[in-house]
Design a protein around this ligand. Structure first.
Ligand code: F6P
Length: 344
């Protein structure tokens, strides 16, 4: 009988998950394994909800956004018998190994299950936020930024026609990578990221200067950027099962837009791209990266390198310890601030 590998996708979906599943299934079959998918991330492992996966089912997944396995933000470590249920399903489905595809949260659970229960587990890095350590990039990021960049350019057209300041709010939670890359790539006039408190007088000075020169301006803000006077600590945010603030009603784009209009007297509009930057077909870069890390995950299982994550390092796909990837987010480092000064 063939050994069986379970695959799950957890956390926010992003383009690249399907190509990664496909790569993993193709490689696993080559090594002589069969695969099953767990439905909706850790929830599926807790509840024993599984579906068969093979080459035929996954053949055309390379161009498909989202995840055919479904996902959730369920954290088994948060419920009393969550881990027990995961271990029971692992046994019941007769799994030889589990491939967990996710960001810091999903892989944090994987790392714990490996450490505490010696479960045969490997990780695959994904997240549109690009905030995972121990890998140069995560798939999902390139597609999200490409979409946000297109949106920013569209806003710029309207800004130029109506002589307005346009503000685009993008996702990225605690990391400003999406906002920063979008702003650089779309030739924005100012960028707001959570890693750097907004210098509001500097922002207004720069926007006035840009507007005087070309009669429009573009600002890209991360959903999690902070105005110095916002009194953020006093705002009560709903938290998900991993303890992250749910930022959906925070309205940073609107807040900044109102502030700019009030300070400059220039007509200002904002747009929030939201989940549109997280769906749809993956870019070429994400299709290839996802395929490569998916294949590597099957290889890590086959060679018995559990507790590892497939990772992009200097354009090579290698195995790194899961423990190195999780626990602390990779946020925009200070060496980027100099570049920001130059570009905005
Ligand atoms: O972590 C990915 C992400 O898209 C963040 O950038 C964003 O803050 C969050 O997920 C949104 O989560 P949800 O889809 O659960 O609203």
């Amino acid at each position: 009988m063939k050994k069986r590998i379970g695959i799950l996708t957890g956390g926010g979906d992003c383009p690249g998950l399907n190509p990664a599943i496909r790569g993993c299934v193709y490689a696993a079959q080559k090594y002589g394994y069969e695969c099953v998918g767990l439905i909706d991330g850790w929830k599926g492992l807790m509840e024993g909800a599984a579906t068969p996966l093979n080459r035929e089912i996954t053949e055309y997944l390379v161009m498909k956004g989202g995840t055919i396995l479904g996902t959730s933000r369920t954290n088994p470590l948060k419920s009393e018998d969550g881990v027990k249920k995961c271990l029971a399903t692992f046994k019941k489905l007769d799994l030889h190994a589990l491939v967990a595809m996710g960001g810091d949260d999903t892989l944090g659970v994987a790392a714990r299950l490996y450490k505490d229960h010696k479960l045969n587990i490997v990780g695959v890095p994904k997240t549109m936020d690009n905030d995972l350590n121990a890998t140069d990039y995560t798939f999902g990021f390139d597609t999200s930024v490409t979409r946000a960049m297109d949106a920013a350019q569209s806003l710029m057209d309207t800004g130029a026609s109506h002589h307005r300041i346009m503000v685009l709010e993008v996702m990225g939670r605690h990391a400003g990578w999406v906002a920063l890359y979008t702003a650089i790539a779309a030739a924005a006039d100012f960028v707001c990221i959570p890693e750097r408190k907004i210098d509001t007088s500097e922002m207004i000075r720069k926007l006035r200067e840009s507007y005087a020169r070309k009669r429009f301006a573009l600002v890209v803000t991360s959903e999690a950027a902070e105005m110095p006077e916002a009194g953020e600590d006093k705002i009560k945010h709903e938290l998900d099962q991993f303890g992250h603030r749910i930022l959906k009603d925070r309205g940073m784009g609107e807040h900044i837009s109102q502030f700019i209009e009030k300070q400059t007297g220039i007509e200002t509009r904002f747009a929030v791209i939201g989940h549109m930057q997280r769906g749809g077909a993956p870019t070429l870069f994400d299709r290839i990266l996802a395929t490569r890390v998916g294949i590597k995950a099957a290889e890590l299982v086959h060679t018995g390198r559990f507790g590892m994550m497939s990772s992009l390092v200097d354009n090579r796909i290698v195995g790194v310890p899961l423990a190195q990837a999780v626990g602390e987010l990779k946020t925009v480092s200070e060496d980027w601030f100099e570049l920001m000064e130059l570009m905005f």
